[in-house]
Every structure is written in structure tokens, then in C-alpha cells.
Design a protein around this ligand. Structure first.
Ligand code: BGC
Length: 812
């Protein structure tokens, strides 16, 4: 069953039934000011950091789901309704939510009155603009009462939800004209406030939650709305809110536009006050003035649309399959921007208080983002590398506001350093910017011990070498990519975190084949970079270690039919036929196969056949099999999940692309495609009821074959799946691959594809690449021509800036 449809022309997903199987959300803003918005206008806003600068309050995991947002209440006679259906849930005559690229437009219609609200964060603006249009489509004059509503968060989203003995006494507001200012704690250490305005005079307002709702009412039953007049309340402590009250009279056919702005302001210390205890509103007024007419708002909205047109023009495919085109051209790239901005911090599954920017996560996110705004990718790489330690290890996470490593979580995840090599080299291949390697980058944010970014890559590479175990394979540390495979944790205490606890480390023999495969893949990238830089001694040194790792994997990492996953603390195999459960895992088979280890001897093919046999299911490739059915203290969190969920045999979508790429390594385009399609949301739209999460974005996990409800997805939006699937489809299936010196063409597609076309902007030139497959092959290139001249290989050379170049590729 579907709950809407894709409108590809407008690059929107249109939801036509508000009762989606889960709130289907969107993100507003992509720079500093951000909002999450659901299809019923739930959600919240923050500035830069969802934990430390939360602007509006949200209640996660509430009853009903998705409680709190920016709500409008319309009182038309005795009927009270909301254009987004919630919170009133009054049945609407028409409902439509259009989620677009960084904007959402919600329309509700009731008894001849139509209300549309367009929500977006204009570029370079610290505010969410809400353009509300009311139209009277009925035959009579309508005297409507309109109430806006949002609830302020007392800035720190974590303490806001726990420290009530203090919070209930701190709230402060100011009201001036049609603007409500939230200034809690501005008197002391804060230099920021927020405001909510409307561009016309108001009849009334409320700023105190209890006065607005009544103490025992929910969001669906505001007392003042029922009474039909504002309470004129001024919040002192308790829970400050912002609500405007407007009376709108409309003749038949008449309409009215209103512009609401939710903004955020920071003032310098010496400019904080207008007069004693009266905040300096200059910047707020400037923001309001920028958007006080419909023309100005429309112009800002057009700018946002143009911005996305440009970004999406960088990689564009035209194939025979509209589901593929829409995911590649619109939604997957959009999701990559979102994961770039938020890492794993704020979604409807990530509370915004738990996690900052992940070292490995943010590096991987670059794979899907470097082509969009390389300058921002560059800055991110430097930020991430700045949290590395001198020995190459790194903080697992850092906070976006401070850009400092997060001490509570610390380091010790031994795959982390290698992702810096992966992220940096993907940036260099996209841009050709070798200069980034000379940037002086601190360790642990200490500039006195800064070294070049290249040196950071070297210590990353060496961190693995300095932490080898008894089989000369990488020691796993707290965990590798799989945060839940905690081989040194040994926890019997429910109050301990699996991921930050290592009860046994001395003499640990726990080694990871996933890191080993990743080391070979990223090590080869590092070698190619060293060669390019003419560093012959380093090239030879690195090559020697990569070769040794390949040998170690072949010798100690092969189980006969697949690659084992790890050695545990005691040196016993994990992910082997010898195990009772968890005999085979996806990660090591993905990485060792991507590295082509033992390809000549048939190991890769065997490993991938085993993946197909044991891990594949209708919903994708599960992480391990058989699922763990009891707690294994020597494995940690992975065995804490019920079978089929998350890291215990769920379809953890993030790692499916590793197998897809591996399939392309041995040229199996049909298998690669089949796996790609299985987890791709645009192909799952028809089963939205089961899948539950948005059909326009990837989710982290789809319940696997052993689960209670196989096929049900969770954790949409913020997942490495976004970057990995885009990287995979764009570079390995469609096969347009940035290299240091040009664009390599090597598609690996289903044999029944006749042709496709990719337009790719690369280093200032445009390549229009038409690929034909007359012989129905999966892979292999017969000829490539550039502007009608035959090339000898499959590498397109760099073309002059601003040129549009015609490329013809014949497969065969
Ligand atoms: C984390 C990743 C991790 C993955 C697998 C995600 O929730 O953000 O860093 O690699 O889980 O455990």
C-alpha cells in the first residue's frame, strides 16, 4: 500500500494520507539553522547542534507519536482544525504534504477553507520561514480565528528533559508587537535568543503553555482556541511557548498570506541589551525585514530551488527505469547532504542529544557528498582529522558546536583511523586538490603538535600496523565498523555501556578481518596517493605491509567457503563453520572481496556465493547467520539484540553496498543490481505499510529473515547507507568513477540493460556519457570515444573548464 507518490518533475514526495505508517519527515536548512518536520508538521528546530542549541521542544517516544511541532489551529465557527491534520486530527476534506528539497509544503482543506503552509529555511539565514496562505473557497464570508503555536526548548535539549527543579523557574520571554522573544538564560552566560514573529498586527498572544492549553489538555485541545480568544499570558518560568492569535475575515474567493518567522540570534557581549533587561532586537528585526513580503519570501524560495538544481546537476542519470533515476538524481543525493550535515545526531530515531559527529561515520558520509560541495567536504576533513590523536587513534565522536572530541565516548575503535584515508582520498579524486595534504592539522585540537594532513594519513595507516594481533591481523579494540561486536567487553553489568567498556584487554587476541580488508582497500588507495606524490620509499613501505596483510588474510582469514569475521579474545574464530551461531558475517566478506583477496584462487567468488546462500533474503542481505539466540558474553552487544534486528542478523543496509561492490569486482552485474534494488526505497514504495519508514530515503536497518516482522525498517535518514549506496550505484554499477587524473568508465550492469546516459560535472567540465550495451554484457568496455575521438583506455582525461563533452561508451 502507498501513502503518496513521487512527483519527480517537482522533486517532491507527495503524501496524501496523513496517517503514514510512521511520521515521514524532512529536513529544513543545510548550513547552520536546521529543522526537522514531519508530514503533520511535528518536529523541532536547532542551531548547529541539536543538543546544545535546541530552539524548540520535542518529545521523543511519546504518546501519540510525534508530539510537538509548529502547529496552526483554525477555528471556523465551532470547528477547530489544523492544516497538517495533527494535532487536532479533525477529519480534513483534503490533505497533502509535499516534502521537497529542504522545504515542506502542507495543505489542509476544511469546509471550503484551504490553508497551505510552506516551511523552509532560506539560504544563509538563521530562521525557519513559514508562509501561510488561507483561501476561502466557500460561497460565504468566513470569519476565522487563527492561532499559531510552538514551544520553546530551554536550549540544552538534554537538561531540558530532566532538570525540572531548575527549568521550571528559568523561562523568560519578551513580547513586542507581533513578535515573541524567548530569552531564557540570556541574562547570564548565553548570548543568544530566539523569536517567533508574524508580519501583520496580531489580536493577541500567549507565551505560557498552561494558559494556552489548560493544564490537563493535550496539543489537540488548546483551551484558548476552544474559547476563541488569546489568553495574553506572559511566561515566567514553567514552560514558555509562542502563540499568535489573528482574526481573518475572507470574502468568497478571497485569500490572505501571512509570514511567520522562527529565528535565532546571537549578539556580542557588549551588544546584548537595548536597555536594562530588554534584549537587543536589531538582528531579529533585520531577519524579519528580509522576509516581510510574499515577494521576498518567494524570491528566497526560488534561490533555494536553484541551489538544489545546481547541486543535482552534478550527477544525473537517465535510464529506462524511473525508480532508479529518481533515487539517484534526487533522493539519494539529498539524503547524502542530510547525513553530511547531521551525521547521526538528529532524526526521528536519533534524539539529537546522544551522538555528535562520528569519526568513521562522517568520513564515510563524504563518499556521497564530496561531489556536491567540495569546499564543505574539505572543511569537514580538517575538522575530523583535528580530533585524531598523535598515535593515529581518534575520538569516536565530536560535537559540532565545539568541534572537540567527545571524552565520554573516547576512542579505541580500531577501524576509525582508516576512514580518514578513505574520506580524504575520495575528496582528492573529486577535486584534484592535493593542496589539502599540506594543511597543518592539529592532533586532539592542539595546534602546537600539528602535522600535515598527509602525516595524519600516515599515522592512520600505521595505527593498524602498530596494533596487530597474533595472526598479524588488526586488533579490533572496542569494536570495528560493527559497534556491537565488542570482543573485549565481557560485560555482566547492565549499567555498563557495551561500546565504551573493555573489561578485558590485556593479552587480548581479538582481531578483525573487517579491518584487515578495509586496510587492504584503503592501503592501496594510500599507496596510489604516495606514488602520485613521488614518495617512493613510503610507497614501497606501504606496499610491503599491504602485501603482508593480504597474506595474513589468506592464511588465517579463510574458512574454506568464506572469510571469517574475527578472532575473539581467546583467539577463537568468529564467523566460521566451527561456530554454533554467527557462522558467517557480511562485513569481512564484503571488505576482503572488495579487496579482491584470493580472487585468482576463486576465493572471492566462493565467498560471494556463500553470502548469497546464507545471508541473502527477500529484504536484503542480513548481517550474520545464523542469528544469535543467546547472549555471548565474549561477543557483547551483537548478541543482545533479538534475532533479525540491528546488528544481530538484521539487513543492516549500510553494509549491503560492500557486497554489491564486491559483486562488481567479479563482474556479476545481475547480482549486484538485484542486491541494490532490494534495499532501495523507491522500489519499496508499494510495501510502505510493512516497510514503515519513508519511501524516499534509506533506513539503517530492515528487519531480517529471522525477525518477528521481516521487512520492517527502522532508523531512517541518518545512516551511512546513504553515502554507500550513492557511491556504489554511481561509481560501480553505472561506473563513473573519479580518479586522480580523470573519470574512469567501468559500468557493471544487468545484462538486459540496453543503454543509459549519465551527465557528470567533474573538475569544471561537463561529460555527457552515453553508454550502450548492444551485446547484453554485464561489464567490459569495447570502445570509448570523447568528442568523437576514440580513446585507448577507459579513463576520460580532464577537459577544459566550462566545456560540454560528448562521451560514447560501447560495452562488450
Ligand atoms: C553507527 C556506525 C556503525 C554502525 C554499525 C551505526 O549506528 O553510527 O558508526 O558503524 O552503527 O554498528
Amino acid at each position: 500500500m502507498k501513502f503518496g507518490f513521487f512527483d519527480d518533475g517537482r522533486k517532491e514526495y507527495v503524501i496524501t494520507n496523513p496517517q503514514t505508517p510512521y511520521p515521514w519527515i524532512n529536513y529544513l536548512g543545510n548550513e547552520d539553522f536546521f529543522s526537522l518536520i514531519s508530514n503533520t508538521a511535528g518536529g523541532y528546530s536547532f542551531y548547529l547542534d541539536a543538543k546544545f542549541r535546541r530552539i524548540t521542544r520535542y518529545r521523543y517516544n511519546n504518546v501519540p507519536i510525534d508530539s510537538g511541532g509548529r502547529y496552526f489551529y483554525i477555528k471556523d465557527g465551532d470547528t477547530i482544525w489544523s492544516p497538517g491534520w495533527k494535532p487536532c486530527k479533525t477529519p480534513l476534506d483534503k490533505y497533502e504534504c509535499r516534502h521537497g528539497l529542504n522545504y515542506t509544503s502542507i495543505t489542509g482543506e476544511k469546509d471550503g477553507v484551504s490553508v497551505n503552509v510552506l516551511f523552509f529555511v532560506p539560504l544563509k539565514t538563521w530562521a525557519e520561514v513559514q508562509k501561510l496562505t488561507i483561501i476561502n473557497n466557500s460561497g460565504q464570508t468566513k470569519k476565522l480565528k487563527l492561532f499559531s503555536f510552538l514551544e520553546w526548548c530551554l536550549w540544552n535539549a538534554a537538561t531540558d528533559m530532566e532538570n525540572f527543579q531548575r527549568n521550571f523557574s528559568t523561562g523568560e520571554v519578551e513580547i513586542e508587537g507581533s513578535t515573541i522573544y524567548h530569552k531564557t538564560e540570556y541574562k547570564e552566560r548565553r548570548n543568544h535568543y530566539a523569536f517567533y514573529s508574524v508580519n501583520v498586527p496580531i489580536t493577541g498572544y500567549d507565551t505560557d503553555r498552561e494558559s494556552f492549553f489548560g493544564l490537563y489538555n493535550g496539543f489537540d485541545e488548546p483551551k484558548v482556541v476552544a474559547e476563541g480568544k488569546a489568553g495574553m499570558s506572559e511566561a515566567h518560568g514553567w514552560s514558555p511557548i509562542a502563540s499568535h492569535y489573528l482574526e481573518v475575515e475572507l470574502k468568497p474567493g478571497e485569500s490572505r498570506d501571512l509570514i511567520f518567522i522562527l529565528g535565532y540570534v546571537e549578539n556580542k557581549d557588549e551588544e546584548k541589551w537595548e536597555s536594562k533587561n530588554i534584549i537587543n532586537k536589531t538582528k531579529a528585526r533585520e531577519t524579519m525585514a528580509r522576509f516581510n513580503t510574499v515577494a521576498k519570501v518567494n524570491e528566497a524560495f526560488d534561490d533555494l530551488k536553484k541551489y538544489w538544481e545546481n547541486l543535482l546537476g552534478i550527477y544525473n542519470v537517465k535510464s529506462a527505469d524511473e525508480k532508479l533515476d529518481r533515487i539517484v538524481n534526487i533522493w539519494n543525493q539529498y539524503q547524502c547532504m542530510i547525513t553530511f550535515c547531521f551525521s547521526r545526531s538528529a532524526s526521528y530515531f536519533e534524539s539529537g542529544i546522544g551522538r555528535g559527529m562520528g569519526f568513521r561515520d562522517s568520513n564515510q558520509d563524504l563518499l556521497g557528498f564530496v561531489h556536491q560541495i567540495p569546499e564543505r567536504a574539505r572543511e569537514r576533513i580538517i575538522d575530523i582529522a583535528s580530533t585524531q590523536f598523535q598515535d593515529g587513534g581518534c575520538y569516536h565522536q565530536y560535537q559540532p558546536l565545539t568541534k572537540r572530541g567527545n571524552n565520554d565516548i573516547g576512542g579505541g575503535f580500531n577501524d576509525d583511523p582508516l576512514w580518514l584515508i578513505v574520506g580524504t582520498i575520495s575528496y582528492i579524486k573529486e577535486t584534484g586538490d592535493m593542496g589539502i595534504l599540506d594543511e597543518m592539522v592539529p592532533f586532539d585540537n592542539d595546534m602546537s603538535v600539528a602535522k600535515s594532513l598527509f602525516d595524519h594519513l600516515t599515522v592512520s595507516f600505521d595505527h593498524v600496523l602498530n596494533n596487530l594481533g597474533p595472526h598479524k591481523l588488526p586488533l579490533i579494540g572496542r569494536a570495528d565498523w560493527n559497534d556491537c561486536l565488542n570482543l573485549n567487553c565481557f560485560s555482566n553489568d547492565p549499567n555498563e555501556s557495551f561500546q565504551t567498556t573493555e573489561n578485558k584487554t590485556e593479552d587480548s587476541k581479538a582481531e578483525s578481518l573487517m579491518i584487515a580488508g578495509l586496510f587492504v582497500v584503503s592501503g592501496r588507495e594510500y599507496i596510489a596517493l604516495c606514488k602520485k606524490l613521488g614518495k617512493s620509499a613510503e610507497t614501497a613501505r606501504a606496499q610491503k605491509h599491504v602485501d603482508m596483510m593480504v597474506d595474513a588474510i589468506k592464511k588465517h582469514g579463510w574458512d574454506g567457503e568464506w572469510f571469517i569475521r574475527a578472532y575473539d579474545y581467546y583467539g577463537k574464530k568468529v564467523g566460521s563453520k566451527e561456530n554454533e551461531e554467527g557462522k558467517i558475517f557480511i562485513e569481512s566478506n564484503g571488505w576482503c572481496s572488495m579487496a579482491g583477496i584470493g580472487k585468482e584462487e576463486g576465493m572471492v567468488e566462493k565467498a560471494l556465493n556463500s553470502v548469497k546462500k546464507y545471508l541473502d533474503c527477500d529484504h536484503g542481505i542480513v548481517l550474520n547467520n545464523p542469528a544469535f539466540t543467546r547472549y555471548y558474553i565474549e561477543y557483547g552487544e551483537i548478541s543482545s539484540y533479538p534475532a533479525g534486528y540491528k546488528e544481530n542478523a538484521g539487513v543492516f543496509c549500510h553494509n549491503n553496498p560492500w557486497i554489491i561492490i564486491a559483486e562488481t569486482v567479479i563482474g556479476r552485474g545481475d547480482e549486484a543490481w538485484e542486491y541494490y534494488r532490494k534495499i532501495c526505497p523507491s522500489y519499496l514504495e508499494d510495501r510502505s505499510e510493512l516497510h514503515k519508514t519513508e519511501p524516499y530515503v534509506y533506513s539503517q536497518m530492515i528487519a531480517g529473515k529471522d525477525a518477528w516482522r521481516p521487512g520492517e525498517a527502522k532508523n531512517s535518514w541518518l545512516s551511512g547507507t546513504a553515502a554507500w549506496t550513492f557511491y556504489t550505484v554511481s561509481q560501480y554499477i553505472l561506473g563513473i568513477k573519479p580518479q586522480f587524473d580523470g573519470l574512469e568508465i567501468s559500468p557493471c550492469i544487468p545484462a538486459n540493460w540496453k543503454q543509459f546516459k549519465v551527465t557528470r560535472k567533474f573538475r569544471g567540465a561537463t561529460y555527457v556519457i552515453a553508454v550502450e550495451n548492444p551485446m547484453g554484457v554485464n561489464t567490459g568496455i569495447k570502445s570509448v570515444s570523447l568528442n568523437d575521438k576514440e580513446l585507448s583506455g577507459k579513463l576520460l582525461p580532464l577537459c577544459a573548464h566550462g566545456t560540454v563533452n560528448k562521451v560514447k561508451v560501447i560495452m562488450g
